[in-house]
Ligand binder design. Structure first.
Ligand code: PAF
Length: 277
């Protein structure tokens, strides 16, 4: 497993990879969710590149970039047994050279949900992902369904900018009690960790309503809000029952829908989602 940092080393190493390349972009502090993306990339490509870069431009001014968990040695030891060809760990100076002023922005799709709560977040994500695509020239790139809006926005960007690659979205990995795996889970204390299952529980309750024939978007949102309100350590930021493609809120569910939510458990902001239909 080659570990490269500079753009020059990345380019030389990339040229030596003959055949299909799968890219797994990450911000490090890897968990089973990331490793499942790597395994799928490994199964579907001749070579696998993992990038590890905590991207400053996708953090808002009130989001603590300096406290984002980092442990490169641990990440590398998790990746080594998975047959990864190359890990790219660029510095902020490589990705955002002095005087930087070029951005990639997807429009309407980034307005609701996470985009509404985290202004500028998706501009940072699409800019860095476009730069990772340019530098690594993958045939396929792997993202998790847990960040459903991110996956939709990156799919849109890939089509709009004619990137010659396939975006592969892999299922959310969960703990035994249903909590979606996330690097942020490590911030939860014991009581918060138990309370955090409210996201999964409320998504399940909403899905049960849907499977029982309910198609009223407001009733489905109300069910999720009710369960979150019942959990003393939880503070809802948003719940949504939206059209799967446009991410617009639905009055009535007709086709595929995305149930999603952001909930603070103590100071930790968690997101989760289910796809219906
Ligand atoms: O999902 C993430 O970890 C990040 O948003 C990504 C896609 C690696 C871009 O920094």
């Amino acid at each position: 497993m080659k570990i490269v940092s500079s753009l020059a080393d990345l380019r030389t190493a990339r040229l030596s990879l003959d055949g299909t390349v799968g890219l797994v972009p990450t911000m490090g502090y890897l968990h089973e969710g990331h490793l499942s993306l790597v395994r799928q990339a490994r199964a579907e490509n001749q070579h696998v590149i993992v990038s590890i870069f905590v991207n400053p431009t996708q953090f808002g001014p009130k989001e603590d970039l300096s406290n984002y968990p980092r442990d490169l040695e641990r990440d590398l030891s998790l990746l080594r047994p998975l047959g990864v060809d190359m890990v790219w760990t660029p510095s902020a100076e490589v990705m955002y050279p002095s005087g930087y002023q070029t951005w990639v922005e997807v429009e309407a799709l980034t307005n609701p949900l996470e985009g509404a709560m985290r202004p500028g977040h998706f501009r940072g994500v699409t800019t860095i992902v476009a730069k990772l695509f340019n530098a690594t020239q993958p045939h396929k790139a792997y993202f998790g369904q847990k960040d459903a809006q991110q996956a939709a926005v990156i799919r849109r960007m890939t089509v709009d900018l004619n990137f010659p690659l396939e975006v592969v979205v892999c299922p959310t990995m969960r703990e035994a009690d249903g909590l979606a795996m996330s690097s942020r889970n490590k911030y939860l204390n014991e009581a918060e960790r138990k309370a955090a299952t409210v996201l999964f529980r409320s998504l399940n309750a909403a899905r049960d309503l849907y499977e029982g024939g309910e198609r009223d978007g407001e009733k489905i949102r109300a069910k999720m809000k009710e369960l979150i309100a019942d959990e003393p350590l939880a503070q809802m930021q948003y719940v949504s029952c939206a059209d799967y493609d446009s991410l617009e809120e639905l009055d009535a569910i007709k086709g595929k829908a995305l149930l999603s939510m952001a909930v603070f458990i103590g100071k930790t902001r968690l997101i989760d989602n289910f796809v219906l239909g």
